[in-house]
Every structure is written in C-alpha cells, then in structure tokens.
Design a protein around this ligand. Structure first.
Ligand code: HEC
Length: 440
C-alpha cells in the first residue's frame, strides 16, 4: 500500500516535470510570441463574432477587418474575458450544446494577450480567407419560404414607455402543414426588443396526423418562435417538425422599446418552409413554457429571490432546447430533471442571465427521459441596487407583461418518444459510457 502510494507519487512528479518542460519549450519557441490579429484573432472573430458584428449585422459595429476591430480592442478584451460576448450566458461545464459559439479558455487568453501586447495586426499573409455572408434580411436557410405572414404596421413613438401590441394575422393556410424551417425578419431592429409568435390553432385536428401523436401533443395556441437578438430562426432536422394547422392565425406579441430618436412604423414578417404535402414527421415538437406566475414574488431590495416551476412528462421524451425568459431583474435560471427514481440531473445553468439577451440553448444530443420525469425550472431575480439594470429596487415586483414587471418562463422544445425508443437510447448511452470507461 505504502509502496504503491510512493510509486504513484513518483509517477505524478515525473508527469508534472515533463509537463513543465513541455511548457518551457513551447514558451521559448512560440508561446512567447504575442498573438497577432491576422494569425490568432481573426479566426476567432470569424467563428464566434461576425455572425452579428459585420456590415448590416445586428451588432453596433463590424469586426471584420483589422481597421474596424482595432479601435474596439480594449472593449473586446473586457467583453470576452467576462464572457459577455459572444452572448452565451451559461455555465459551460453543464451540458453540451450545438451550435455553441462560446470561446475556450485558450481563445480568451489569446484575445487578452493580443490586446495587452498592443493589438498588433501581424502578417497579412497569415489571415484566413474572409467569410462570405448572405445579404442582410434574407432567408438564411437557403430557399424562398412557401408562406410569408406579415404583421400590420405599428407606430412606435420616438419617446414613450415600452409598447406591447398584440397583432393577430390569419395564415390563410388551407391544410395542415409541417414546418421545416421558419425565420423572422423585422423591419426596424432599433425599436424591436423581441416578438413572440404564437400559432392560434384551436382544438387539435382529428384527421391528417397520426392519432397517437395528437393524443400526446395537444397543440392549441402554442408558441412557435421567439425572435430576439441572437435568435431569429429554427430549422428542424432528424425527423422532427412543428405543425401549422389549416385556418390557423398567428399572434405577434411584440415588445417595442422606443429608440429615443424618431417614431418608427414597425412590422415583422415570418417565413415558413414546409415539408412536402402528405409528409408526416416522425416526431412532433411541442413548446412548453414552465413558469409560476402566482408564486413569483420579489421583495424590495432582495438580491436573490427564488421561484420554482415544474412540468411532468407524461410520456418518455427528448429535450431539444431550453430558453430562459425574464426581465430586468432576471439573474439566473436553471433547468434540472427529477427522474422517477429520485435521481436529479442538472441540465442547464444560465448562470449569468442578461435580460437583453433571450438566448436559446440547443442540446447537442437531445437528452432522453422516461415517462414520469419532472422538469424543474428555478429562477433567481436580483431586486437589489447592485443590479445596474434594476429600474426601482424599492418596488415589490410580481408577474406582468411590462419589462418593469417580472416573468420566470423556461421555454422547452421537446418531443415525445415511445418507451422502446427510450430504452434503446438508454442502452446506447450505457454502451458509450462503458466504451469510455474501459478503452481496450
Ligand atoms: C448574436 C450576436 C452577437 C455575437 C455572436 C457577438 N456579438 Fe458583440 N454585440 C452584439 C450586440 C447586439 C451588441 C450591443 C448590445 C450589447 O452590448 O448587449 C454587442 C456588443 C459588443 C461589444 C460592446 C460594444 C460597445 O458598444 O461597447 C463588444 C466589444 C463586442 N460586442 C464584441 C464581440 C466579440 C469580440 C464577439 C465574439 C467573440 C461578439 N461580440 C459576438 C451582438 C453580438
């Protein structure tokens, strides 16, 4: 026993010694070289920033060229080191997501040392080819949509309180269709904070859809999509789809924030691409908002008001994505699964929630749960003066539509599977775990 510990200690020491040797060599050869824009930084900006920071993008400035980026160097370091940018406000050690634009610790270190080292341009020959982007306000999933529904215009005054119009528009759809992708394009992003688009579809139809899925997923008045910064479209893959029913209406539920400069007549449009007629998807995605309006009570000055809500899965299911929704005082939201055997699994921890960013976190391998699993949302609100977004720390705050009121909604996209499919997924997971545990 003793000897074994000694041996282990010696081996550990040897490993540490080797590691530090490697470290020294790397350091003296190339590690010391200060990162340059063309070689080290531009690839990071292309991967994680330019979707928004480019001409015509939603962000306030372009980070495409060195000349555009250089004036922002200090600010870039600050936003990247605090992990405010790219907007991805979860604890990265919990769950796996795809796509995941967040930066690794190494990438953040490179950005910091680039800025500290004078934000040098470097050799132009090191630069990767520029990324090519679709023009602004185009359908990003490739083809033209089959149906475009446009909201009637709403005049947002130059200066006023936030406006919350709800505008219903018929789709004119003559038959049930399954959605392959959908995308929202607003007309004026200076005033649009976000828009929730619901499908008002009445009672579930009896024909046309596989009966069993109907029974499992009553889908009247369901949230179709939320457009917010960082989130403008959804595409469905791997046999999944959402349903838009014949005769349905869309409800555009806007949140406008006057831009302080000029009145704007804003309207938004949503484009749908459908699967071919007659096609029945294997899995129908439902959207569920877990929230607890009646127990959301935030005392004045309270830095960490907690509220909880639960949703029980009546069938086995797979979880596609999670999106927290809170307002100014939102601070953190977690989602966990309470399994029928009592085991609790933390799925996502949005540890640094920022109310201006309503981000959807899509799971890389949609986790599967047996029937009877309870999904548990926990929200934390900060009503203290330390929350610099807080408009009034002396207010007692409860549930409401206005931004000065609060909400605690965890939006889930999920689809039901059969018990056999669940068992099969469990088996695959166990096999994977066994393979990683014993690599021979
Ligand atoms: C999803 C879109 C999006 C992505 C991706 C994104 N940004 Fe931003 N960024 C914005 C928006 C919008 C703002 C302004 C609003 C805000 O600050 O929340 C902003 C603000 C900033 C600011 C502050 C500008 C100021 O006025 O001080 C910096 C710096 C910044 N981003 C750098 C980056 C960097 C670096 C990356 C990649 C590592 C990145 N951003 C990724 C959208 C994005």
């Amino acid at each position: 026993m003793n000897a074994r510990w000694k041996l282990a200690g010696a081996v550990a020491f040897a490993i540490i010694a080797c590691l530090s040797l490697v470290g020294v060599t790397a350091d003296s050869k190339e590690g010391r070289a200060t990162p340059t824009f063309t070689k080290n930084i531009l690839p990071i900006l292309q991967k994680s920033c330019q979707d928004c920071h480019r001409p015509g993008g939603m962000a306030p400035m372009s980070l495409v060229t060195y000349e555009e980026s250089r004036p922002w160097a200090r600010s870039i370091k600050e936003k990247v080191v605090t992990r405010y940018m790219p907007p991805w406000h979860i604890d990265r050690t919990v769950g796996e997501y795809y796509p995941d634009p967040s930066l690794s610790d190494e990438e953040i270190a490179a950005v910091a040392s680039w800025v500290d080292g004078g934000a040098m341009k470097g050799n132009p020959a090191d630069a990767p080819a520029p990324r090519v982007f679709p023009p602004a306000n185009t359908w990003v999933f490739g083809e033209e949509p089959d149906l475009v529904v446009t909201s009637s215009g709403f005049v947002v005054p130059a200066v006023a309180a936030d406006q919350y119009p709800k505008i219903d528009v018929p789709t004119g759809l003559a038959e049930d269709r399954y959605i392959k992708w959908m995308q929202v394009i607003p007309e004026d992003t200076t005033v649009l904070h976000h828009v929730l688009i619901y499908a008002l579809q009445g009672e579930p139809a009896t024909g046309g859809v596989r009966g069993i899925q109907q029974r499992r997923s009553p889908i009247s008045d369901s949230l179709l999509i939320e457009y917010a910064r960082g989130n403008d479209g959804d595409i469905f893959t791997n046999g999944t789809a959402k349903l838009l029913k014949a005769g349905s209406k869309l409800r555009f539920s806007f949140h406008y924030h006057p831009n302080g400069e000029k009145a704007v007549n804003e309207r938004a449009k949503i484009g749908f691409k459908f699967f071919p007629k007659g096609y029945t998807p294997k899995y129908l995605i439902s959207t569920k908002g877990i929230s607890s309006p009646s127990t959301l009570a935030i005392p004045p000055g309270e830095p960490n008001a907690r509220s909880d809500a639960y949703f029980r899965l009546e069938e086995a299911a797979r979880l596609v994505s999670f999106q927290p929704h809170m307002h100014y005082r939102g601070k953190r939201m977690t989602l966990e699964a309470i399994l029928p055997d009592g085991h609790v699994e933390l799925l996502t921890d949005v540890a640094r929630f920022v109310w201006t960013w309503q981000i959807t976190y899509p799971y890389k391998n949609p986790p599967a749960f047996p029937r009877g699993t309870v999904l548990h949302m926990t929200a934390y609100h900060d009503n203290s003066p330390n929350n610099k977004e807080n408009p009034d720390p002396t207010a007692f705050v409860g549930w409401g539509d206005r931004t000065v009121d609060e909400m605690n909604i965890g939006w889930l996209d999920f689809y039901y599977i059969s018990d056999q499919e669940f068992a099969e997924l469990q088996k695959q997971k166990a096999d994977r775990l066994r393979a990683t545990a014993s690599p021979q």
